[in-house]
Design a protein around this ligand. Structure first.
Ligand code: BTN
Length: 242
């Protein structure tokens, strides 16, 4: 991963750029598109991803997980989320959790977000653009629930050193996925799932509810038990009050 590195000083979105690049037959798996200044970073639920220039890591990794069926695409989310969890556990002291589906929290605050965009071709995932926004040296945030590695540790990090280390963690989990060790990946993911076994308040189509996070189903939907019934939700169907 990262052996082929495409650096642009500034761009709108590394995911958009990587998706364009991935159309070229010569683009190899593991290619990374990285920028120091992402001006229109895209996030989940159609949100923007804001990142101070030169302070953080904003990059996209091109993968070709042709061994995965579209129905199993959440397994890639699991593997990538775990790689980020492993990396942050190694680099930052604190409680590192994965907030479903793929936010990485350090001491309850979001330090990393992922936007994984798959291109399907029949029964195959032809290409996957894995966008990673990792807050490294940013000091201040407009969102109270956001944080960075620096805010968690009190010191600066060298961005080049951190990304090289991160590539190793990404490669390890990706190879685990490729070798079919899905049960191990799922159990590690559930072991790190934020709020698992806890009662949480949330909104769904029926209004405000309270339920216990039970886990995630094979399609990646969140399972919540409420009043004796377990319901499954995708990202658009549920909103937590905190
Ligand atoms: C989220 O938590 O909402 C996902 C954020 C993903 C942000 C990254 S930064 C690099 C890549 N390029 C983008 O436009 N988005 C992703």
């Amino acid at each position: 991963m990262g052996k082929n590195l495409v650096y642009v000083p500034e761009c709108h979105s590394t995911n958009t750029l990587a998706a364009e690049l991935s159309q070229h037959i010569s683009t190899t798996e593991g290619t990374v598109v990285i920028t120091d200044n992402q001006t229109m970073g895209r996030g989940q639920r159609g949100n923007w991803w804001l990142s101070d220039p030169h302070k953080n890591l904003t990059f996209s990794l091109i993968l070709k997980p042709t061994f995965l069926k579209p129905i199993d695409q959440f397994n890639l989310t699991i593997a990538i989320s775990l790689a980020l969890r492993d990396f942050l556990t190694h680099r930052v002291q604190g409680v590192i959790k994965i907030k479903w589906p793929n936010d990485i929290l350090v001491n309850d605050k979001k330090v990393c977000g992922l936007l994984i965009e798959n291109t399907l071709s029949g029964e195959m995932i032809q290409c996957s653009v894995v966008g990673i926004g990792l807050n490294v040296n940013q000091d201040s945030f407009i969102i109270e629930s956001a944080s960075s590695m620096k805010a968690a540790t009190g010191h600066d990090f060298n961005l080049s050193d951190e990304i090289l280390m991160l590539f190793e963690f990404l490669e390890r989990r990706y190879l685990q996925l490729r070798s079919g060790k899905i049960d191990d990946l799922k159990s590690d993911y559930l072991g790190s799932l934020y709020g698992k076994g806890e009662l949480r308040k949330y909104f769904d189509e029926s209004g405000e509810n309270e339920g216990m996070i039970e886990g995630v189903n094979p399609q990646g939907k969140l399972l919540i038990a409420s009043r004796g019934v377990v319901k499954s939700y995708d990202l658009k169907e549920i909103h937590f009050t905190r």
